[in-house]
Design a protein around this ligand. Structure first.
Ligand code: 3HC
Length: 339
């Protein structure tokens, strides 16, 4: 019986085999160049050679990030028509629009890695792609909108400022503008809550209730503990991730507790305590079962968020068709003029 081992290679196969050692040596040299750039903290650009795993990790993280920005428009978008004043409505409109813009920069950054926007959007709509757990919680009152600004955008800034130094150029550059806008988002949230805290007892209760509901999901949003974070080691090695999930979480707690004091709200954690020795706040245990349930599609609003997103995409099909038809017409016109 003949086996594949007895097959005689054809001319093409023989040529490929002859070239294999050279290709391997070439790949090793490229890998060494890539490693040297990473070690020297230089940027990798789209036209540069990069290992497949680096490309995949970036596509995974940047597309998840883009999806988070886009899905993140929904919980607050629900409140645009119910904002308590014209000023708050204008601020919220601008903020939600910014988040849409962040999604677009990030999809564009991911496209430089060879993945199409359609493939990324399909992955989100089919439930294959992840987006941030935090956007699967409901916005029950106006105080939730302020709390998202203060805590969720505050956490986002803490996590995203280090990404401005990410080794991949297009991602790092997109993050610079995004972080500037996130900073405005965080401040408008704090300002909205401060206004409510100076209001009636009912308004103050509303703020405290929102903070009680958002605090723990926000802490979980930084991702699993470092010991359970499978992507961290390579993310750090490649300069994609600069600060670990747990370190960022701690920085967030340390920065936010004094802000809560200024606001006059209680952080809903009986174990929260300044630790003189560590020079950090100690805080209670995060419910990781809840976090994974939400990440895996079983949070309070996952189904609603995805359904709304899919409907918005379908409803917007005519806009994309019209834009493409317009672009085709313009192209034909300029070709005619050039002829
Ligand atoms: N929600 C959903 N999934 C999460 C998550 C969260 N809060 N935190 C971690 N995960 C997922 C990871 O994506 C990973 O899944 P995968 O391997 O299937 O892709 C898994 O849990 C294990 O986590 P790791 O710590 O190993 O993953 P990473 O090293 O990628 O770290 C991260 C996770 C810290 C979120 C990192 O990807 C990151 O910094 N991403 C960029 C920032 C980002 O996406 N932020 C989302 C919020 S954007 C936002 O808030 C919008 C603003 O306008 C408010």
């Amino acid at each position: 019986m003949y086996t594949q081992a007895l097959d005689i290679p054809d001319a093409d196969q023989r040529a490929r085999q002859a070239m294999a050692p050279a290709a391997e040596a070439g790949e090793k040299a490229l890998q060494a160049q890539f490693d040297a750039k990473i070690d020297a903290d230089r940027r990798i650009e789209p036209q540069d050679w990069m290992p497949d795993a680096y490309r995949k990790t970036l596509v995974r993280q940047i597309s998840q990030h883009a999806h988070s920005e886009v899905v993140g428009m929904l919980p607050e978008g629900n409140w645009i028509a119910r904002a308590p004043s014209l000023k708050r409505k204008a601020i919220l409109l601008a903020k939600v629009q910014d988040e849409g813009g962040h999604g677009l920069y990030l999809y564009s950054a991911a496209e430089t890695l060879g993945v199409t926007r359609d493939a990324m959007v399909d992955a989100l709509h089919s439930g294959k792609a992840k987006y941030s757990s935090i956007f699967n919680y409901p916005t029950l009152t106006w105080a939730d909108v302020g709390t998202i600004g203060w805590l969720v955008d505050g956490a986002a800034i803490m996590n995203q400022v280090p990404i401005c130094r990410c080794s991949y150029g297009p991602y790092a550059r997109a993050m610079i503008r995004i972080c500037k806008e996130e900073s405005f988002h965080q401040r408008q949230g704090f300002d909205a809550l401060m206004t409510m805290m100076k209001g009636t007892p009912a308004q103050r209760d509303m703020v405290q209730d929102a903070v009680n509901r958002w605090w723990w999901p926000v802490l979980a949003m930084f991702g699993p503990p470092d010991t359970d974070s499978p992507n961290s080691a390579l993310g750090m090695r490649w300069g994609i991730k600069r600060i670990s999930n747990d370190e960022l979480r701690q920085k967030f707690v340390d920065a936010t507790v004094p802000q809560a004091k200024i606001l006059g709200v209680t952080v809903p954690d009986p174990r929260l305590k300044w630790n003189e020795e560590r020079q950090h706040y100690d805080y209670g245990a995060i419910d990781w079962n809840e976090f994974w349930a939400v990440v895996n599609g079983n949070g309070p609003c996952n189904k609603e968020r995805l359904a709304t997103r899919v409907k918005a995409h379908a409803d917007g099909q005519w806009v994309r068709d019209a834009a493409l038809a317009h672009a085709r017409k313009q192209q034909q016109r300029s070709m005619k003029e050039a002829a």
